[in-house]
Write a protein that binds this ligand. Structure first.
Ligand SMILES: *Cc1c(COP(=O)(O)O)cnc(C)c1O
Length: 450
């Protein structure tokens, strides 16, 4: 195929996701033939730096040799087997390793194939837990304003993105939202921490009133990705954990985007500050949610895989003689061996290359070289958590996101702004030279559009 051939045939045969297809009459699709490290290439050798990790999934570059080798090895052994009534080594080894890495107490892994399914599973498991415990009226959920937990109907019922709500809200159950601790909404002079505590008070009022009918509170820890990389103070997570305990409501941590090292720790929940006053136990850091959702980066960006991790207490509520007390959910590709091997290879790289420490220096480097961007008069709210950066651009132009995307492609960058928010979420293998290029060229784009 050639670039032109691929584009024509794609528009004729493929309905692209989250896309007004008519727009492609004027805005061409970007043809991709192959990938290598942070780079994507078309058929003519034109390249793009994948600064969004292909929708936040890629961690260690495209065509990573270690992950390629693991999948190839697995292909020669077992491509797939159903996970109901059967088991296999990659699924078991991955569950064991995740239990060691995750916040303590999450010893049971339920597999699915994508993030939205992980959300569905957690919602169903939570409500079913309460039913099994004689509280069937606890079947409502709450989420944060501007939350995003996926786009299937159940996940959409706890997603608060106007575009999706308007089109499909009538098809979903209504679930309430509580104020987001996103620090951009803090009052003048109010710190991010104080604002997070103020939002936690609103959460408390809601729980006080509604806990009898609430199954769970679902939250994106530290960064609300689809809200435009909204960042907030980790004290909110500590308060959410305490309040959910106090009112008997499950806490679901959706780490689909922020897990796997993206916020600087393996899981964002680890950054919750210790409770006050400090307990005697040495386990003072981080919180353990009742459900931890992982997807996106788990397979290194290779294959669809998601995991819902939960506690022994929840697991035991389903353990009984009656089938109907068991958790009734399955997907054809649950626990696919190739995806589990990709995930195991991804975890190997974290261990061998001390990735979290390396990312800390990379983040410090990018923050240093981004000073001109941060200080640019058209740039607002420059922010960073781990390996995520974001800022708003004050632009007189309508259609900023589209213009920025197009200019970025001309500069060999793959940027995909959300509204006026530009963000970087690069693969962890990005080099200093590539960061230089990313920041310098983004500055040119900002200068052209601000
Ligand atoms: C991407 C995402 C999802 C949905 O995952 P899909 O695999 O796209 O269904 C859910 N929650 C968060 C926080 C996400 O970023």
């Amino acid at each position: 195929m050639s670039n032109a051939d691929l584009l024509t045939r794609s528009l004729a045969a493929v309905w692209h996701p989250c896309t007004q297809m008519k727009r492609h009459e004027t805005l061409p699709l970007v043809p991709i033939q192959r990938g290598q490290g942070v780079w994507l290439y078309d058929f003519d050798g034109r390249r793009y730096l994948d600064a969004v990790s292909s929708w936040w999934v890629n961690l260690f570059g495209h065509c990573n040799p270690h992950i390629n080798a693991a999948i190839t090895d697995q292909l020669g052994k077992l491509e797939h087997v159903m996970l109901a009534g059967f088991t296999h080594e990659p699924a078991v080894r991955l569950a064991e390793r995740l239990a060691q890495l995750a916040p303590p107490g999450l010893g049971h892994c339920f597999y699915a194939s994508d993030g939205a399914s992980a959300t569905e599973i957690a919602l169903k498991m939570s409500a079913h837990y309460w039913r099994n415990n004689g509280k069937p009226q606890k079947m409502n959920f709450i989420s944060l304003q501007n939350s995003y937990h996926g786009e299937t109907l159940g996940a959409l019922s706890v997603t608060d993105v106007a575009l999706f709500k308007d089109a499909y809200g009538g098809l979903t159950r209504h679930n309430a939202t509580v104020p987001s601790p996103d620090w951009r909404h803090a009052a003048a002079g109010e710190s991010a921490q104080d604002y997070a505590l103020r939002c936690a008070e609103a959460l408390e009022r809601h729980l006080q009133q509604h806990h009898a009918s609430l199954a769970a509170f679902i939250v994106e820890p530290l960064v609300q990705g689809a809200a435009g990389m909204a960042m907030y103070h980790p004290v909110y997570l500590r308060r959410a954990r305490e309040l959910c305990d106090q009112y008997g409501v499950h806490l679901i941590a959706d780490e689909i985007a922020v897990g796997m090292g993206r916020t600087g720790t393996m899981f964002a929940c680890e950054q919750a500050p210790p409770p006050q006053p400090l307990p005697q136990s040495e386990r003072g850091y981080g919180i353990t949610p009742d459900f931890l959702l992982i997807s996106k980066g788990i397979s290194g960006g290779y294959l669809p895989l998601s995991v819902v991790m939960t506690t022994d207490e929840i697991y035991r509520a389903f353990y009984a003689d009656e089938t109907a007390r068991g958790f009734l959910h399955s997907h054809s590709y649950t626990g696919n061996p190739l995806a589990c091997r990709a995930a195991l290879a991804t975890l190997d790289i974290f261990g061998q290359d001390n990735i979290l420490a390396a990312n800390r220096s990379k983040a410090a480097y990018l923050n240093r070289i981004a000073a001109p961007l941060r200080k640019h008069p058209g740039v607002r709210n420059f922010r960073n958590t781990g390996m995520i950066w974001a800022f708003e651009v004050e632009s007189p132009h309508a259609g900023f996101a589209q213009r920025c995307f197009t200019l970025a492609l001309e500069q060999e960058l793959l940027l995909r702004p959300m509204g006026n928010t530009v963000y970087f979420m690069p693969p962890y293998v990005i080099s200093e030279a590539e960061m230089d290029m990313l920041v310098e060229r983004t500055l040119h784009i900002v200068e052209a559009l601000a």
